[in-house]
Design a protein around this ligand. Structure first.
Ligand SMILES: [Zn+2]
Length: 184
C-alpha cells in the first residue's frame, strides 16, 4: 500500500531567446490504488540570458519588472431583504413597485418586471407581507448606507479598474513569451 517512486518526468520548452530552455520536472509517485502524485515539482529557466531577463508566470516568461495582474475579488454584500431593496432600487422605483403591488393585490397580477423581481427575491408571494417592508424602505431610504446610487458608483469604479487591469495585462502578454513544453 505504499507509494512508489515511478521516476522523474521532465519536459522542456524553448526559452524566449532560443538558446536555452525552461525545464519542468517532477517525481511521479503512484500507489496500489492507482493514485498518482507529483512530488518535488520544479520549473526552472535554464538559460543564462532568459534567467536574468524573465521570470515565470503560469505558462509565460514575463519580462522582469512586469507582472500579470490578477483581478481583485468583488466586494460581497450580505444584505438583509430591506437592505437589498434599497441597494437595488431608487426610492422612485420602490414607490412604483409599491403602487403596482397595492393596485394588483396579488403577486400573479403584477404589471412591473421590477415588482415580479422583488417577489421572486422575497421568499413569500404574499404581497401583504412585502408591502410594509417596502413602505419602511421608502420612509427611511436616506438612512441606508448602500443605496442604489452608491452601489452603482462602486460598480463603476470596479468596472474601470477591471478595464485598466485588462489593458495592462494585454501589454504584458504582448511582451511575454509563451512556453510550450514537450516531454524529453
Ligand atoms: Zn534564453
Amino acid at each position: 500500500m505504499s507509494w512508489e517512486d515511478m521516476g522523474k518526468r521532465i519536459s522542456r520548452a524553448k526559452c524566449a531567446c532560443g538558446e536555452g530552455y525552461v525545464e519542468h520536472s517532477y517525481d511521479l509517485y503512484g500507489d496500489d490504488w492507482n493514485r498518482y502524485e507529483n512530488r518535488n515539482e520544479k520549473v526552472e529557466i535554464v538559460c543564462p540570458f532568459c534567467k536574468v531577463a524573465y521570470h515565470i508566470e503560469g505558462n509565460y516568461l514575463v519580462p522582469n519588472g512586469l507582472a500579470l495582474k490578477g483581478y481583485p475579488p468583488e466586494h460581497k454584500f450580505n444584505f438583509e431583504f430591506d437592505e437589498w431593496l434599497v441597494a437595488t432600487f431608487s426610492d422612485d422605483e420602490l414607490t412604483e413597485i409599491l403602487e403596482d403591488m397595492k393596485i394588483s393585490k396579488f403577486s400573479t397580477r403584477l404589471s412591473l418586471t421590477n415588482s415580479q423581481y422583488v417577489v421572486s427575491q422575497f421568499g413569500s408571494r404574499k404581497l401583504a407581507k412585502i408591502i410594509p417592508v417596502i413602505e419602511k424602505c421608502i420612509a427611511n431610504y436616506t438612512s441606508f448606507v448602500w443605496n442604489k446610487a452608491r452601489v452603482g458608483k462602486l460598480k463603476e469604479i470596479q468596472h474601470k479598474t477591471t478595464r485598466i487591469i485588462t489593458d495592462i495585462n494585454k501589454i504584458v502578454y504582448e511582451k511575454s513569451y509563451v512556453l510550450s513544453f514537450k516531454s524529453v
